[in-house]
Ligand binder design. Sequence first.
Ligand code: PRP
Ligand code: HPA
Ligand code: MG
Length: 180
Amino acid sequence: MNNDILKILYSTEQINQACQRLGKQIQKVYADKVPVVIGVLKGATFFMSDIVRQADTYMEIDFIDVSSYHGTTQSSGTVDLITDISTDVSGRDVLIVEDIVDTGRTLKFLMDNLTKRGARSIKVCTLLDKPAGRQVRADSDFVGFKVPNEFVVGYGLDYDEKYRNLPYIGVLKPEIYTNN
Ligand SMILES: O=P(O)(O)OC[C@H]1O[C@H](OP(=O)(O)OP(=O)(O)O)[C@H](O)[C@@H]1O
Ligand code: HPA
Ligand SMILES: [Mg+2]
């Protein structure tokens, strides 16, 4: 699997440092609240579990599974809700935890969906922000890294469901896409 990687963009150590920094920011912002922290499956799995443990503050956690890439490097343009949260977010402070904001469609879908359900406030924490990919407006409150306009994998992020278990974030060799 490691042989498929062209270059590493963010090492395990850089990711750990970003998680510490973001966790402390979240701790400060939510010091006097009990937010519902929602991890977006599957990509944000590892990031979610790492940052919540860096924030020494009360919170509830939940997960939502949405999907739009379906094994490719291009957004299908439609966000499918696969599995919903079980928490009632009406009147609650919500923090969405994403691995990446690219076209912005997934985040817009989630913001609209949670707003309709009556969340009191919604903030967004994303490990990666890819501004050059943006198709719809979608802003984040906490950002780990701004990434270049490349398709990235690892630390939760997949290509065709693989590479999520890489401990770093990198770019695949072009032949991996073209051979598939
Ligand atoms: O800003 P966007 O262009 O919408 O892209 C960002 C979303 O796309 C990916 O999810 P994907 O649909 O691949 O599901 P996954 O997390 O299960 O891989 C990624 O994990 C984000 O949730
Ligand atoms: O660059 C990316 N990598 C993996 N999944 C993604 N989903 C949106 N953008 C990306
Ligand atoms: Mg994906």
